[in-house]
Design a protein around this ligand. Structure first.
Ligand SMILES: Cc1ncc(COP(=O)(O)O)c(C=O)c1O
Length: 396
């Protein structure tokens, strides 16, 4: 039997998707499953984007340029300008989702055994992309007690070694919903400049910030041009997860030149999806206002209802559409499986993401889950009720 790679063996399973077979079984057995585990919004994709795909006049579905069509990149640069981020289309590479942007960024700046510092809990696939790129994640732990604020900057500094190449943040954060303040971005900027590191910011949830607080991008920070790399995506912004379009943005020319070689190796991002994504840039502001209002309403309901459950601790998110909840259970992996396999309330159950997979430190987050508030108000209320009933009867 030929052997598969050690890297393949080490590749982590997605904590978000690994319970899918249990959910399918629950569904087959006649239960209704409420999916709180995955960031697939139920929000409608803007009509302009879908119409552009329906009405295009292409007679050959050809490759586009490896860096993405110029017309699209010019419009993306305008989108950033509207968000007070000054970049040109030459600073942008269109990728197959933010996922590919992350892979190209890792490949362009890190070699085998290099280190990347990431505040945890973090988007679980950062573990997967790090393994795929043979680099090591060095976590700096943020705590639910502090609402997952950035740990003191000295904690970062202590972790920097000759192998450290980058700091990666997700702003606003998945899975915590934490929004970094301007002061925190400035602290990070100072440290990456001092130690000559890259600062990667995954800003795919940029529009989803609440309570009147403004998002401050790393590319708004003066003097960070050589260091800053933005990961972006249309997936959540326009509820277009299936389009598979994202982008890499940096004013560091050497970085863009290098990432382009990775882009050339895979030839082209998807052509039809670029047409949809280019049209999505025409989405009226009212769409975002409505979506934001909807998420704020859902967040408030979720947090309020969770806080009523005895033994549950929750950090209030300021952005994105996730929260981490600490439960009175020993192992949320077992609890999440049990919810699907052995429990129902009025023939309903919920699927949640065990949070341990959002940490790279073993044994941390075992009693936490991530909840995505991607369901409507009624479903969300029902889901929390199911969770409450389940916790009454669950035995570790
Ligand atoms: C923080 C974060 N970054 C990147 C991605 C990747 O998104 P996509 O590849 O769909 O653009 C996701 C998806 O959920 C995410 O939550």
């Amino acid at each position: 039997m030929p052997k598969i790679s050690n890297k393949g063996i080490k590749m982590p399973e997605s904590p978000i998707r690994k319970l899918v077979p249990y959910a399918e079984e629950a569904h087959k057995s006649g239960k209704t499953v409420y999916y709180l585990n995955i960031g697939q919004p139920d929000i409608k994709t803007p009509a302009v984007a879908l119409d552009a795909v329906k009405t295009h006049s292409l007679d050959i579905l050809a490759y586009s340029r490896s860096e993405g069509s110029e017309a699209y990149r010019v419009k993306i640069a305008n989108y950033y300008k509207r968000n007070e981020i000054e970049v040109s289309h030459n600073d942008i590479i269109v990728t197959t989702g933010g996922s590919e942007a992350l892979l190209f960024a890792f490949g362009s700046i890190m070699d085998e055994d290099d280190e990347i510092i990431i505040p945890e809990p973090f988007y679980a696939n950062y573990n997967g992309f790090s393994t795929a790129s043979s680099v090591n994640v060095v976590p700096v732990i943020s705590k639910i007690e502090n609402n997952f604020a950035l740990p003191p900057i000295e904690e970062f500094e202590k972790l920097i070694t000759p192998k450290t190449k980058a700091i990666l943040i997700c702003n606003p954060g998945n899975p915590t919903g934490y929004l970094y303040s301007k002061a925190e971005i400035k602290q990070l900027a100072a440290i990456v400049k001092k130690h000559d590191l890259f600062l990667i910011a995954d800003e795919v949830y940029r529009e989803f910030v609440y309570d009147g607080v403004e998002h401050y991008s790393i590319l708004q920070e003066p003097g960070l041009e050589a260091h800053a790399i933005i990961i972006d995506s249309v997936s959540k912004r326009y509820s277009m997860c299936g389009a598979r379009i994202g982008y890499l943005v940096s004013k560091n020319k050497e970085f863009i030149k290098t990432a382009l070689k990775f882009a050339q190796a895979r030839l082209s991002p998807p052509t039809l999806a670029q047409i949809a994504s280019e049209a999505a840039l025409e989405t009226p502001q009212s769409y975002f206002d409505d979506v934001k209002e909807e998420y704020v309403k859902r967040r408030n309901i979720l947090i309020e209802e969770l806080e009523k459950i005895e033994g549950v601790k929750v950090a209030k998110p300021n952005g994105a559409f996730y929260c981490i909840a600490e439960l009175p259970v020993k192992n949320s992996d077992d609890f999440a499986k049990w919810l699907l396999q052995s429990f129902h309330y009025k023939n309903n159950t919920v699927m949640v993401a065990p949070a341990a997979g959002f940490y790279s430190t073993p044994g941390v987050g075992l009693n936490q889950i991530r909840i995505a508030y991607v369901l409507n108000e009624d479903s969300l209320r029902t889901s929390v009720e199911i969770l409450k009933e389940a916790l009454k009867v669950y035995k570790d």
